[in-house]
Design a protein around this ligand. Structure first.
Ligand code: HEC
Length: 506
């Protein structure tokens, strides 16, 4: 990852107005930025149940799929603690590790690698024995040897994952000293009150039962659900094969929403927390058959729009009482990423619950796409920038538009992301800022813009996507896994006055 190097946008001189522009000033800042606040703030949420539809996604009276198995717990179940409390037995509080190592594992690893590993983590990292066992990914190595590689990885495989709080240099130093010594057992009991503690993951990723997250924490009763299910059945759970690694399964739905119906809030449902890694709900005009499942759907239809998403740490989205999200897509696709290396009984009904209203709210919001659909990332590029400007968010050139939240979207090569808001030469502050080196394909979610931002006619929204391309070939825009994308999905109102797509190519 190189920083502070002036680069030029290559190619596309005929089509992209800003080709050749120096964009070093467009780099996301490291460590700060407007992207840190997930999802709209809490408040509001009055709903009128609609009960319309008949499509598989319609919940009507309640979730179409019952509570999850006791082993997995349902979203919000108090049975499973969060953070470092997983599986640590009283009396063996160190798990047999040196105390500094124990503290790191508790605060940064055990939210996923608990006694019952969650979010697709293949192994527990709770007892000393856990780290001495053969690794799942490389059975000729011990888990601790793979730990050593993964905590130092500069790619997607880094642990903790990129969308989670990183190890501090002191934490990394503790682990490195332990690796260098051959990963010895601890020699004394450790207090549980030390760094990281046993009770909350101290800033680390939470497990799935996050307080305040889930349908039961919404200020409204959900009216519609999009959930994983078995092929052809709305009521049976999706059996997650064991083993399955990086398996992307898409559940296809006809829209359950009535014309004009608006979402007021949504909440993630985490069902079999042991195997669900992340999900994204897309809206699309491309016809899909209700109730079907598409396997191996890493990358969805070309112009599918990101409507909602969850990754570990993701929260409920509740629109303010004056804002309703118009949902006018005829089809929806719930894309779920599973990892399952351990559980023969894995069965999942994760997804999303929507509250909606058929009485339009004062401000009808909708999703606008900004970004770039014509670019090429050269081989061996580091933090290569691709940019694009939206200069006409307002379709009539007169109506100011208000941005409520943003959902940046790139594929696997992304490293950082930024959408700047300019008025002439005045920089009004970033709408999105995901610092270089922190983009995570698996951590895609909505970020609240707080306070809301008004974009006047004539303002420019300049989006810059940054990529590393370690491949020997150039990587171009496209829908496949091996292609790239550069979009920001903005929730704006009044939607009727907005261009639905705003890029300098179109
Ligand atoms: C947000 C959840 C999460 C957190 C936090 C997390 N991991 Fe992971 N880890 C995973 C997932 C999911 C996998 C499996 C997919 C993969 O290999 O990337 C994994 C895989 C691994 C593996 C490979 C194990 C094997 O047997 O092949 C190791 C080692 C590992 N993690 C170490 C760590 C360490 C060390 C930490 C803390 C410093 C950590 N992880 C924090 C989710 C997490």
């Amino acid at each position: 990852m190189q920083r502070g190097v002036i680069r030029f946008v290559m190619g596309l001189p005929l089509l992209v107005g800003c080709a050749g522009e120096i964009i070093s000033d467009a780099r996301p800042s490291t460590g700060t930025g407007g992207a840190g606040v997930p999802s709209p703030g809490a408040s509001g949420g009055a709903t009128l149940p609609s009960g319309s539809g008949g499509a598989l996604a319609t919940g009507g009276a309640g979730p179409p799929i019952g509570p999850s198995s006791p082993a997995a717990g349902s979203g919000g179940s108090p049975a499973r603690g969060s953070g470092g409390s997983l599986g640590s037995e009283p009396g063996s509080s160190s798990g047999g590790f040196p105390c500094d190592v124990d503290a790191v594992l508790r605060s940064k690893c055990q939210s996923c690698h608990g006694a019952v590993p969650l979010n697709g983590a293949p192994v527990p990292l709770v007892t000393y024995g856990d780290t001495q066992a053969p690794a799942v990914s490389s059975p000729t190595m011990s888990v601790w040897q793979v730990m050593k590689t993964r905590v130092h990885s500069t790619t997607m495989s880094v642990m903790p994952p990129r969308n989670q709080p990183a190890l501090t240099s002191a934490e990394l130093a503790s682990l490195d000293a332990w690796f260098a010594a051959g990963a010895p057992a601890g020699t004394k009991a450790c207090g549980t009150s030390g760094a990281g503690g046993a009770s909350g993951g101290a800033g680390g990723a939470r497990g799935i039962s996050t307080p305040g997250v889930g349908p039961e924490s919404l200020p409204c009763k959900p009216t519609h659900y999009f959930r994983a299910h078995a092929e052809g059945s709305a009521s049976a759970k999706y059996p997650v094969p064991n083993p399955s690694q990086d398996s992307y399964i898409c559940f296809n739905f006809k829209s359950p929403f009535a014309p004009g119906e608006q979402a007021t809030a949504w909440a993630p449902i985490t069902d079999d927390a042991r195997v669900i890694h992340h999900w994204i709900l897309y809206g699309t005009n491309a016809p899909l058959t209700d109730g079907t499942i598409t396997n191996g759907c890493e990358i969805t239809t070309l112009l599918a729009t990101h409507v909602a998403g969850w990754a570990p740490g993701g929260e409920n989205a509740v629109f303010d009482p004056d804002v309703g999200l118009s949902l006018e897509y005829p089809y929806y696709q719930l894309q779920v990423h599973y990892n399952n290396q351990r559980y023969n009984d894995a069965a999942d009904a994760s997804g999303v619950a929507f509250c909606s209203t058929t009485t339009p709210r004062q401000n009808t919001a909708g999703i606008v796409v900004v970004g770039n659909m014509l670019f090429s990332i050269p081989s061996n590029a580091n933090d290569y920038p691709v940019n694009n400007s939206c200069t006409n968010l307002s379709a009539d050139g007169k109506t100011p538009l208000t941005v409520v939240d943003t959902s940046p979207h790139m594929h696997l090569l992304g490293t950082g992301f930024r959408t700047q808001h300019m008025r002439g030469s005045m920089d009004l502050g970033d709408l999105s800022n995901i610092p270089l080196g922190t983009w995570s394909f698996d951590g895609q979610k909505a970020y609240a813009v707080s306070p809301r931002r008004q974009v006047l006619p004539g303002d420019t929204l300049r989006t810059t996507c940054y990529y590393d391309n370690p491949n020997p070939n150039a990587v171009n825009f496209g829908p496949k896994t091996s292609d790239e994308m550069c979009f920001n999905f903005l929730t704006v109102y009044p939607y009727a006055a907005a261009n639905k797509t705003c890029m300098s190519l179109f």
